[in-house]
Design a protein around this ligand. Structure first.
Ligand code: ARG
Length: 269
């Protein structure tokens, strides 16, 4: 099957103040050294790659004291030009919400709401064609799913995560195209797995090693799939399915439990 890319509009945040100062997921070890300059270089590589693929990248000014702000996917969900700004689970990240709110207000977005219920933006809401897949279990509150439906006027498909290593939906599942996804079944409850099997019988399934390499934290434009280069099994499967996988090295950001998708918020007009 031939795949076709469509140009995307992304929002990213330079990891100027990146560090692992606290631990809010099992990947984060504040004792382990981080190298901010390397994080910046790896991030710039990703940003430039999106440009080379024909996508537009905008950025929010990073703020000192918010070391996880590079993970812009968590800042909001943007659908049909409407913006639902995130409310973070942990106080360490809660001030990021205001930074995103300000950016959207100053950049011409008229319909902007700061969420009432805890939800971490595209970390837990993934749009696949007419479906919105909505994660919960660790970060996003299930009641936030109702707020999402009411605000955007679209139903969501709830999926429950059970493995703390895969605490956001975008660490366990990636949207490849309107009708195609890849995911790590073990990250979900039996009920959610059944639902995924029913909705996506042809999905690509990740093995333990590829999931651990954050291979599911990927960004697809319908043809090119940008993902951590260590996820070699997924790369081979993607090729078999007609996609063009592009491996990148974001090893520094991985120390905070994030990779490609976490750094990329899609602005949907
Ligand atoms: N350290 C961040 C946190 O635990 C990483 C966020 C990763 N973002 C994502 N979309 N999965 O919140």
């Amino acid at each position: 099957m031939r795949r076709a890319a469509t140009a995307r509009h992304y929002l990213m945040v330079r990891p100027t103040y990146f560090d692992v100062e606290y631990s809010i997921n099992p990947w984060m070890d504040p004792q382990k050294p981080t190298f901010t300059e390397l994080a910046v270089a790896q991030w710039e590589w990703l940003r430039d790659l999106f440009g080379e693929l024909g996508h537009t990248v905008e950025s929010v000014e990073p703020r000192a004291g918010l070391p996880d702000m590079v993970f812009s996917a968590n800042g909001a969900t943007v659908l049909n030009g409407k913006v639902l700004v995130a409310r973070f689970r942990h106080t360490h990240r809660s001030q990021e919400s205001d930074a995103y709110l300000e950016w959207f207000r100053q950049n011409g977005y008229r319909d902007v709401r700061q969420a009432q219920w805890i939800n971490e933006g595209e970390g837990d809401y993934l749009v696949a064609g007419r479906h919105v897949l909505a994660g919960s279990g660790f970060r996003t509150n299930v009641r936030a799913h109702d707020e999402f439906e009411e605000y955007f006027g679209v139903p969501v498909i709830g999926l429950t995560l059970i493995d703390p290593r895969y605490y956001h939906l975008d660490t366990a599942l990636a949207v490849l195209g309107d009708e195609s996804i890849m995911y790590y079944p073990e990250a979900f409850t039996a009920e959610s797995r059944e639902l995924l099997e029913e909705l996506y019988p042809d999905a690509i399934l990740a093995c333990d090693g590829d999931a651990e390499a954050f291979g599911l934290n990927a960004v697809s434009d319908g043809e090119h799939v940008v993902l951590p280069q260590a996820a070699t099994g997924l790369m081979a499967q993607l090729r078999e399915h007609g996609f063009d996988p592009i491996g990148v090295d974001l090893s520094e950001l991985l120390k905070a439990g994030g990779s490609v998708k976490c750094c990329t918020l899609e602005l949907r007009a």
